[in-house]
Design a protein around this ligand. Sequence first.
Ligand SMILES: *[C@@H]1O[C@H](CO)[C@@H](O)[C@H](O)[C@H]1NC(C)=O
Ligand SMILES: *[C@@H]1O[C@H](CO)[C@@H](O)[C@H](O)[C@H]1NC(C)=O
Ligand SMILES: *[C@@H]1O[C@H](CO)[C@@H](O)[C@H](O)[C@H]1NC(C)=O
Ligand SMILES: *[C@@H]1O[C@H](CO)[C@@H](O)[C@H](O)[C@H]1NC(C)=O
Length: 424
Amino acid sequence: MDKLNISRLFLILVLLYLSGRGNANVNFKETPVDVDGKLKQLNKPAVKTIQSEDGDVIDCVDIHKQPAFDHPALKNHVIQMRPSFDLKNEKSSTENEPSKLVVSQTWQRSGSCPEGTVPIRRIQRQDLLRANSVDRFGRKPQEIVYKLNSTNQKDGHFPYINNTELNLPTMVNRSGATLVTVGFNYIGAKGDINVWNPNVESADEFTTAQIWVKGGPGDDFESLESGWTVNPQLYGDKRTRFFAHWTKDSYKTTGCFDLTCSGFVQTSSQVALGAAIEPVSSEFGGQYYITVGIYMDPQTSNWWLKFGADIAIGYWPASSLLFYLNHSSTLVEWGGQVYSPNVKKTPHTKTGMGSGQFASGLYGNACFIQNAAIVDYSWALKYPQWVGTWADEYYCYTAYNYQQSYGTLPVFYFGGPGQNPNCP
Ligand SMILES: *[C@@H]1O[C@H](CO)[C@@H](O)[C@H](O)[C@H]1NC(C)=O
Ligand SMILES: *[C@@H]1O[C@H](CO)[C@@H](O)[C@H](O)[C@H]1NC(C)=O
Ligand SMILES: *[C@@H]1O[C@H](CO)[C@@H](O)[C@H](O)[C@H]1NC(C)=O
Ligand SMILES: *[C@@H]1O[C@H](CO)[C@@H](O)[C@H](O)[C@H]1NC(C)=O
């Protein structure tokens, strides 16, 4: 043991003693030196800085100096400035909307980033101090991913797809309600995600409404994700924010939210990952949604993230970062996830998913994802052929793929309040 380790051990012992509980779960907060070094590494020099009304600081960073290029595999990466593909019928689904309600990012009212720069939400000292560990800052919490079986199965419903039960991996501290498709190789997925601001009970919990594009075997997968989240520990408030997340080892040691680690290459000067979006929907009032799409570029294998009708935000360079998703995805999910140490437990968390209302509330009450679509090698967006719904805890959060009438596309509803009389 070197001196540093001995002094850390001593500090831990002191903390344990002071906590008076002998509880081994004491959060070991980092020293300011770690924090300063990390801040310097995360926040790149700004060409221009925008102070947003919501308290965020947006740095316009030279596109060639963004965090992605700290990644050893991306040292000589040549930026792809725009996607090389054009999806058939990509825009039709949004153009036909009778009343298109526009969702924008709060910071955009205070300025814009010049061409050649990308807007990056600045990480503040207090953001790092809130995290349990500076090293894991920005990641979805580490989780043991396991497959449900007769001994550990509690409430979970497996999705039935094509009359076959799909044994999905599950996680201890997360509860999901999703629409799932398997059966093909997917090179894209899209959905219009209804925007809400559900309750998050305590600061170390979060809730999402999102798309997952996954590859790899069940309990060791790669995943590219985007949608909205309320995540007080990461962002310091309970606003609804647009996010992206990736991992190449089922959340163990790689990947992160937004640009809080190196990996995602941003090209857009218009949209900032992790920034607040508005307005949010209200019960039986205006319904707002964001269109999110994740598509693999056939020429480069880069997975592009698109927002709104046609803003290409940037991409995950699969040929350098990923293995299974280097060629295609084998599983796509749409829906919500609650992270909390108090899911699958009594008392259950009161953190809501979606709008905080059950899927059966339908339009105006429950959160929806409409125009769910996948892309296959025909390069057209299509409603997925083999779908199933699933909910980890169907007394707490529900999933319902609702088809209003024959010939119309189903709309996926999901969510719930968490704790309630049937989910004590
Ligand atoms: C779930 O969360 C609790 C409390 O934070 C933690 O102690 C535990 O290790 C987590 N479980 C897994 C499997 O990650
Ligand atoms: C069921 O899962 C548990 C842990 O998730 C594992 O320890 C056990 O071996 C599994 N049982 C079978 C029959 O696969
Ligand atoms: C669904 O069932 C049909 C008929 O048995 C089969 O041809 C098809 O491959 C199945 N699809 C999936 C995804 O299992
Ligand atoms: C991705 O695929 C390309 C071409 O098949 C290959 O050259 C490259 O090494 C692969 N990357 C990884 C990380 O496996």
